[in-house]
Design a protein around this ligand. Sequence first.
Ligand code: ADP
Ligand code: 5GP
Length: 191
Amino acid sequence: MNEGFLLVLSAPSGCGKTTILRQVMADLSGLSFSVSHTTRKPRLGEENGRDYHFVSPEQFIALRDQQPAGFLEWAEVHGNFYGTSRQEVAQRLRAGADVILDIDVQGAAQVRNNAEPVTVFIAPPSLEELERRLRGRGTESEENLQRRLANAAQEMEAAPAYTYLIVNDKLEEAVLALKSVIIAERCRRRR
Ligand code: ADP
Ligand code: 5GP
């Protein structure tokens, strides 16, 4: 069986990445979502082990400082730690799945240095629309929301480093674009 490839997806918070990803994973087989570790508290409806491995800062630091390192990449994002388990990713790739890393721009830069991922940046149509979506989702305190919006402009500056850029204006079009990227990457002769 051939090893799968790594697909790194980044987007400013509230852009619609989770919504797009859910649809793409329902429509395409052979994809595996890498469940990150985070010190952030679960949101309503989030499940431990499915959306994230929710851990304490002490547990996170122990994994980070393990030898060899427990994380393929890690970063502090919006005031919390997030990291990708090296072992979990390797197992899924070996099983032949294409592994999706939903990670921020700092994490993406680290993965680019260690592997040859396909990278996709998802952008909002505008920062005003991003704020509407983030408020509409209703999951963040005002302080968290302001922090995520302030980070968005900076995250957008990293977009040119990605292989693909998808603007999430109309949801169905963004879903089709991401599916097209994955299908095209599966047709590559060489990696
Ligand atoms: P992210 O995972 O990037 O933080 P979400 O997937 O949680 O973002 O989406 C944030 C909010 O925006 C959700 O309420 C979602 O329903 C909404 N949303 C996602 N895509 C679109 C779109 N293309 N048009 C309008 N609203 C959208
Ligand atoms: P949220 O708290 O909204 O779930 O995620 C906040 C940000 O953290 C998003 O940009 C998301 O992509 C990023 N993120 C989630 N998991 C990881 C991870 O394992 N590593 C890194 N670097 N970022 C992550």
